[in-house]
Design a protein around this ligand. Structure first.
Ligand code: CO
Length: 214
């Protein structure tokens, strides 16, 4: 029987050999230094979308950013995966910044705007529908579907930053030190990040952070 297995994965192994070699040429101690531990200043909570690789779009190196990604960059309080990442990042690694980065053209946000069934993800995206309803008046005034999705993407990011601010983990950390929470949106078309909002230390009125939105 002819082996029809797709061989495209082999370029990943080849790419890895190239990566390892080029890093070692630049700095023979590169991996040795990394193996000693990590002390990143940033936690990135982004979308799983293949076009938004956290390190690549921020020109950061291995070791500089702790990363969690899920569909539509949601902060859900019952998500043990995210909560474990958040606790490790802010309590043990003591990151200074937590960034929620959404992106224009997000399929997850788009899916939440419609009524088509996609599967399990429909349940995951349910909370974006709540964001939509909360801002329905504003969103209804945007006739263009893409522009409305872009605005919902921004509102969703801000809502997730608010969700972060309300976690017991962040609230407890704020009693000890400043921890900056950021809401960003990445433009797939431009490669540029737009800074939407920031909460510095929990003394800001969380409900007022919509003011920062563009
Ligand atoms: Co997305």
């Amino acid at each position: 029987m002819e082996n029809k297995m797709d061989k495209s994965y082999k370029r990943l192994i080849d790419g890895n050999r190239h990566f390892s070699m080029s890093k070692k040429i630049d700095d023979p101690e590169y991996f040795k230094k990394l193996s000693l531990g990590q002390r990143p200043d940033y936690l990135w909570i982004g979308c799983s979308d293949s076009r938004v690789p956290a390190n690549e779009v921020t020109s950061t190196e291995s070791g500089e950013m702790f990363v969690h990604r899920n569909i539509a960059n949601l902060v859900v309080h019952t998500d043990m995966n995210l909560m474990s990442v958040l606790e490790y990042a802010i309590v043990h690694l003591e990151v200074k910044h937590v960034i929620v980065c959404g992106h224009y053209g997000c399929g997850g946000v788009r899916a939440a705007m419609g009524n088509n069934r996609f599967g399990i993800v429909d349940n995951w995206l349910r909370s974006i529908k709540d964001v939509y309803h909360e801002h329905e008046k504003e969103l209804r005034q945007i006739a263009d579907d893409d522009k409305r999705a872009d605005r919902l993407t921004e509102l969703n990011v801000i809502e997730q930053v608010r969700n972060l601010a309300k976690t017991s983990l962040v609230q407890d950390e704020w009693k000890k030190r400043p921890l900056h929470l950021h809401g960003w949106v990445y433009g797939i078309n431009s490669g540029l990040i737009t800074d939407l909002s920031i909460i510095h230390d929990g003394h800001e009125d969380i409900d007022q952070i919509y003011r920062y939105a563009v």
